[in-house]
Design a protein. Structure first.
Length: 366
């Protein structure tokens, strides 16, 4: 029997990161031991996750947790706190709604395989089952939020196509129009058959003859929740790089990366705008580190779906020139960390990187 997957490996790792983030440190530690990663109680949860993820990614799918229809029924019973009929459980199994990225469905749809460490498999199944019960209610809302981020402006037909492509439903353009006309959303306004975000986007000439991109379910969820594709390799690398090198908490690194992704999606902003954003954020980085970071941001920009390209990425449009990071002039004699204006204590390390106290270095004559 050969299993079939529905979405990319990057999306699977993104889901795995969420499962780890909702787990306790001792569970993450035990998973690390299984994959040969030694962790201590002194490590923060985010440090544990950052260390464990690459090891699991290298062996993804090597160890599968098997579930049959009876175990699926038990999971649904626990979720609803009441027995679910065998007919309902069978219908759920055959509808194959388990598209989060780490569940494989056997062709006959009688057995499910969760391609995550066993310690997380049960949690994954409960997430999938939860998705089963609430997917219909939130389908149009999530799809509309994603369409806003991907297209800037969209018609009821485009909304229906996105929802049906992601969820396999049969939503009609009329139903989509009724939803848009009756919904008050901070994300978009609906008028004369067109829903549009607060900012309008002009379609670039390179994409004028191209069909609008229709997102997968995984992309739809990511854009609906975050306004960006947080599963992208470079997105995750930027989060980790800022966290490890810029001296700011992990949560702030994630927020900053999301703001960078928003700038990458906007053709009106250039990489220089991202440079300004980083300077405003008070990051402590050398010029070498900034150049490396800008290279990753350029790659992210080239892989970001843009409203001006009808939801496509620049690397999918023929003739598009890739974004190129600016070069920061590097003074080898005296590296100068990039830092927002702030008061420096006389006994603090000097920001020039000499290793001396501020009062005995640059602050000596102040």
């Amino acid at each position: 029997m050969s299993a079939k997957t529905y979405i990319s490996g990057d999306t699977k790792i993104n889901l795995l990161e969420k499962l780890l983030d909702s787990s306790k440190k001792n569970r993450i530690k035990s998973i690390g031991e299984r994959y040969g990663v030694r962790l201590t109680d002194k490590n923060t949860k985010q440090q544990m996750i950052a260390a464990v993820l690459p090891a699991i990614e290298a062996n993804f799918g090597a160890k599968l947790k098997r579930y049959d229809a009876s175990e699926l029924k038990l999971a649904m019973d626990c979720l609803t706190e009441q027995p679910i009929s065998e007919q309902t459980a069978d219908a759920v199994m055959h509808s194959a709604p388990f598209l989060d990225g780490a569940v494989y469905v056997i062709d006959r749809k009688e057995v499910l395989y969760a391609a995550v460490p066993h310690e997380l498999a049960g949690k994954l199944m409960m997430r999938c089952v939860t998705q089963c019960f609430d997917r219909d209610e939130n389908t149009l809302a999530a799809s509309a939020a994603a369409c806003t981020a991907l297209y800037g402006a969209f018609t009821p037909r485009m909304l229906a196509e996105a929802a049906n492509n992601a969820y396999g439903g049969e939503i009609t353009p009329q139903q989509a129009e009724e939803y848009l006309a009756s919904t008050e959303s901070p994300l978009f306004t609906y008028h004369d058959g067109m829903a549009a975000s607060a900012r309008s986007f002009e379609i670039r000439a390179e994409a004028a003859e191209t069909e609008y991109y229709c997102p997968s379910q995984a992309e739809l969820k990511s854009y609906a929740t975050y306004g960006a594709d947080t599963s992208d390799y470079y997105y995750r690398q930027i989060v980790n790089f800022i966290f490890n090198n810029a001296g700011i908490p992990y949560d702030k690194a994630k927020i900053l990366t999301r703001e960078i992704a928003d700038l990458c999606a906007d053709d009106a902003s250039r990489i220089v705008t991202v440079v300004e954003k980083l300077n405003e954020s008070g990051l402590l980085m050398t010029d070498d580190q900034l150049n490396y970071l800008f290279d990753m941001i350029s790659e992210l920009s080239n892989r970001t779906r843009k409203p001006s390209l009808k939801g496509h990425r620049p690397d999918e449009i023929e003739g598009m020139q890739p974004a190129v990071a600016p070069r920061i002039r590097i003074d080898r004699a005296k590296p100068s960390p990039v830092r927002a204006e702030e008061k420096i204590g006389r006994n603090d390390p000097c920001p020039c990187g000499s290793g001396k106290k501020y009062k005995k270095c640059c602050g000596k004559n102040k």
